[in-house]
Design a protein around this ligand. Structure first.
Ligand code: HEM
Length: 430
């Protein structure tokens, strides 16, 4: 195993330091190992040229080179094998026997507890089933759409009041999606600002490879706040049920520990992604006027633009898995216990599947992207994300601010690779 605890690189989200090979494990040694293993595939090539800052700034040229060389590389800077081809990522998603989600020494488990996302079946399914029908299309149609529309009216109003210039992400997309998630979860005792703070600090914990005490302290403080909020809401919701996750969980025989972990994972995973896909889609449309015009003329295309955006810039760009046995993945040998990064951001731009994959193009032929994952961990919030972004927010934004444009005096910034989205998006109108 090429593993080490020596910290040497920077985490994309927290700015923390990530482990890389320990002294003595030179990249040349890795390269020397990249030779065929009889009957069991070849060793993964070593991508010692990949750095975390480069990935963070713009991973896509890196992914292009990696995919053209091999579907899998050992990447010292992230101390993982990075899997970049569509076929290899898809194979992992469909096979939880060989590729476990229950990663050893998972920082996510330390930060948020052992959620369904880091469990294999049968344990995973028990947790997943405990979410009941809250996130399903029927409940969204009957219940959530109206609430999302009302939240949208509020936060679009706040954006307009701030105008004629504002930041699309922080003045609108973030509070809107955080408020939706607050109600979906059932945190009637918290604010959307709490949701944003909890989400970011616990995500920072999941990336805290350098063991930074300050990051752990903030993550632990949020975790304790979430525990307290859950403890308060469960008895209340048992008596006053609603459509939220916590309300359903209040009457389920699920251990409190699992409820807490699953809610923390959902706070971490259900807020940034809709926020990021909303901003990325609008940014892409504003940069492609003919596609924007088509969307404005045919509201059905909002859903198409949303899906193309999730393909083009996967909001969850990479997630971990661990091999349970020696495997050969697309011809590459991986020893048992290998830590893998399933790089959806790269798989979704694989030219073997998508023509001109680097282009945002709502008119491309429909092909299955991997932006929502796949297999047993396929995103449970897919329909919620589609509803709040493509059905509610996007049509209203272009209807109410028909002359919305990117502010020519201030550049937008997109960043990240584990999570990727707009970190700054100044817009103007009027
Ligand atoms: C565009 C928005 C979203 C994207 C791109 C996205 C992406 C993903 C991906 C890739 C996974 C699988 C990760 C893995 O296998 O390790 C996942 C899982 C999950 N997502 Fe999402 N997500 C989005 C929105 C949401 C929302 C809004 C919620 C909740 C309200 C949510 C809840 C979940 C849950 C609970 C899981 C765990 C499923 C399981 O382990 O069975 N997601 N998501």
């Amino acid at each position: 195993m090429r593993a080490s605890n020596a910290p040497t690189a920077t985490c994309p989200y927290s700015g923390a330091t990530l482990p890389a090979p320990s002294s003595g494990e030179t990249t040349d040694q890795f390269a020397a190992e990249a030779s065929p293993v009889a009957g069991t595939g070849v060793e993964a090539p070593v991508a010692d040229w990949v750095t975390i800052p480069d990935l963070y700034e713009n991973p896509f040229p890196i992914y292009q080179r990696m995919r053209s060389e091999s579907p899998v590389h050992w990447v010292p800077a992230v101390n993982r094998y990075m899997v970049t081809s569509h076929a290899a990522c898809h194979e992992i998603e469909q096979d939880e026997v060989r590729f476990s989600a229950d990663e050893n020494n998972s920082l996510m488990k330390r930060s948020m507890g052992h959620s369904m996302l880091r469990k294999d079946n049968p344990e995973h399914q028990v947790d997943r089933d405990s979410y009941g029908s809250t996130l399903r299309p029927g409940t969204i149609k009957k219940h959530w759409n109206e609430i999302f529309a009302s939240n949208h009216e509020q936060y679009l109003g706040e954006l307009l009041a701030k105008g004629p210039s504002a930041d699309f992400v922080w003045d609108y997309a973030a509070p809107y999606t955080a408020e939706n998630l607050r109600l979906i979860c059932g945190f009637h005792n918290a604010s959307q600002e709490d949701m944003q703070r909890w989400s970011q600090t616990m995500i920072d914990g999941t990336g805290n490879y350098a063991d930074d005490a300050d990051i752990w302290a903030k993550s632990a403080a949020s975790s304790a706040e979430v525990d307290a909020a859950i403890d308060e809401m469960l008895p209340y919701l048992a008596k006053n049920p609603d459509h939220s996750l916590l309300s359903g969980l209040a009457s389920m025989p699920i251990p409190l520990e699992a409820i807490r972990a699953n809610l923390k994972m959902t706070i971490g995973g259900g807020l940034n992604e809709p926020r990021d896909v909303l901003a990325t889609t609008v940014w892409a449309l504003l940069n492609n006027p003919e596609q924007l015009e088509a969307v404005k003329n045919d509201p059905k295309l909002h859903a198409v633009a949303f899906e193309e955006s999730v393909r083009w810039v996967a909001p969850i760009g990479m997630y971990p898995r661990e091999t349970t046995q020696d495997v050969v993945l697309e011809g590459v040998h991986l020893p048992a216990g290998s830590r893998l990064g399933v790089v959806l951001g790269a798989a979704n731009r694989d030219p073997k599947v998508f023509e001109d994959p680097e282009e945002f193009n709502i008119f491309r032929p429909k092909k299955p992207h991997l932006g929502f994952g796949g297999g047993v961990h396929f995103c449970a919030g897919t329909w919620i994300a589609r509803a709040q972004v493509a059905q509610i927010a996007m049509p209203a934004i272009f209807d109410r601010i028909p002359d919305l444009r990117l502010d020519p005096s201030a550049a937008s910034v997109d960043a990240g690779w584990v999570f990727r989205g707009m970190t700054k998006m100044p817009v103007t109108w009027g």
